[in-house]
Design a protein around this ligand. Structure first.
Ligand SMILES: Nc1nc2c(ncn2[C@@H]2O[C@H](COP(=O)(O)OP(=O)(O)O)[C@@H](O)[C@H]2O)c(=O)[nH]1
Ligand SMILES: [Mg+2]
Length: 474
């Protein structure tokens, strides 16, 4: 009976721990599942059934494993199942947010079988982290279908079922991409592969068995012997063949450790190479916003007008907006003054003292508060907002050239602006200027900026001067 006619297909789910294998398994099989162990192994594996396009499928959720070269009991079980059982397709579930680490296992799996599919799971998490995996290119580089999925919300499961259907019916023939290790390893592996050809019956890639047998991994050898029977590794031509190959490897300095290291290094380099070609980190929303901001605030033609507009808007909001709270504070303070003066006179304090304390000292104090507090309460939060949005540093950058021509530096734009709020704050802010000379220039010239507190007197003098000039010209 051909594969296409076979009505009961076996599908393996493999992958690193915590990549969503069991979530995929539950999503696809629903309640049609049970757990059991496998030929003498103590680790339980979950099996479930589903039906798709007139075919019954059995889905097997293997324990999580990082590598086929590892040696925990769970990992050995997953490796042996992959190497020695019959199945129609392996779904390698990978974490799309960590492709580099996950690809290690995928590369090893596709050395064993050409019936593999890569399920790029946790796609929602990848999107959140702005990680973009080029699934099309990944599929081309690995030679197997790649399906994007978010198993937790069932996304991508239909596409997965379709791809399983196509691969398990041989409608899609995967390309086998084998890794190249080194000339010596390739030569010996080739020899052992040839030796295996006449000795064992399997639909798996013989090259993978040869690679593993040369590794002298006892646990793999035991499983190999047990599966193919007849103490195959210790008898006949296979034994001689493997021993000769091992001796040749040793002659070239490939003792046990170096051999394994060469293999793991080659896999690691390949995973790096594939990840580099397929994984991109997209700019986050913040980065996109900053890029647009740069275009406007640092554009050749827009930077100066936008900068002047922003400064104008901030000063206008500060001056016009502070009138309302100032008026309110003044009326509150005026009522308070009247009440206090009345109370003091009522208590018998002389008119002269009340006038000195209340209409003199207190009135000046409260007026300063009523005039200065509102603009400061408006200006500094606006200034902080401009700073938080990254507008101020860009302004400083734009003005650097102009300030430099005056022997100062661009950062002084910030301290000058701060001077509009309060010269004291502007002067202390000069700490951000590194060069002592430029810092001194910034400190001395800061007082040329009329701060909130000093803004009214020059305005008053100007008005008086204009009025006098007008009267005298008549
Ligand atoms: N955000 C997100 N979480 C997922 C997704 N798939 C699985 N998970 C979660 O990942 C964790 C591990 O899943 P599990 O199926 O047990 O992984 P396993 O160890 O590979 O069998 C669980 O908390 C799942 O809910 C997914 O697509 N998106
Ligand atoms: Mg699981």
């Amino acid at each position: 009976m051909g594969d296409f006619m076979k009505k009961n297909k076996k599908i393996l789910l493999m992958g690193n721990p915590n990549v969503g294998k069991s979530t995929v398994f539950n999503e696809i099989t629903g309640s049609h599942q049970h757990t059991g162990n496998w030929t003498g192994k103590t680790v339980d594996i979950a099996k479930g059934k589903y039906y798709y396009k007139f075919t019954d499928y059995e889905l097997i959720d293997l324990p999580g494993t990082y590598s086929l070269l590892s040696s925990s009991e769970e990992e050995r079980l997953a490796r042996d199942y992959l190497c020695f059982e019959e199945y129609d397709c392996v779904v390698c579930v990978v974490d799309a947010t960590n492709l580099l680490r996950n690809l290690n296992l995928v590369l090893q799996i596709i050395e064993v079988t050409d019936k593999a599919i890569l399920l790029l799971n946790l796609n929602d998490e990848a999107k959140k982290k702005n990680i973009d995996v080029d699934a099309k290119n990944l599929s081309k580089l690995l030679g197997i279908p790649v399906v994007r999925a978010t198993a937790r919300s069932g996304k991508g499961m239909n596409e997965l079922l379709e791809q399983i259907y196509l691969v398990s019916n041989n409608t899609i023939q995967n390309e086998v991409h084998t890794l190249f290790y080194s000339n010596t390893i390739e030569n010996t592996v080739h020899r052992v592969t040839k030796g295996l050809k006449g000795n064992i019956e399997t639909d798996k890639n013989l090259r993978f068995f040869a690679l593993r047998l040369l590794e002298s991994d006892d646990s793999f050898n035991t499983s190999f012997n047990a599966h193919f029977g007849d103490d195959i590794l210790h008898k006949g031509s296979l034994r001689g063949n493997i021993n000769t190959a091992k001796k040749e490897l040793e002659q070239f300095g490939y003792n046990g450790d170096k051999y394994v290291k060469s293999i793991t290094t080659a896999i690691f380099e390949k995973t790096n190479d594939i990840a580099k070609q397929t994984v991109r980190t997209l700019p986050s929303k913040k980065e996109k916003f900053e890029k647009n901001l740069d275009k406007i605030l640092m554009g050749k033609f827009t930077s100066i007008p936008v900068m002047l507009l922003l400064l104008g808007v901030v000063l206008w909001i500060t001056i016009a907006g502070s009138n309302y709270p100032s008026d309110f504070l003044r009326s509150v303070f005026d009522n308070f003054e009247i009440w206090l003066a009345d109370s003091l006179i009522h208590l018998g304090v002389s008119q002269a003292i009340v006038s000195l304390l209340v209409n003199g000292i207190l009135r000046v104090l409260l007026w300063v508060v009523a005039v200065m507090l509102p603009p400061m309460a408006i200006f500094f939060p606006l200034f902080a907002l401009l700073e938080d949005f990254g507008i101020l540093p860009r302004i400083a950058f734009n003005l650097d050239g102009a300030f430099e021509r005056c022997g100062a530096c661009g950062k002084q734009a910030l301290t000058t602006c701060m001077g509009y709020g309060c010269n004291a704050v502007g002067v202390t802010g000069c700490r951000i200027i590194d060069s002592p000379r430029e810092r001194l220039v910034a400190i001395i010239t800061n007082s040329l900026t009329p701060c909130n507190g000093r803004f009214p007197p020059p305005t008053l003098w100007q008005l008086l001067w204009l009025k006098t000039a007008k009267t005298s010209s008549k």
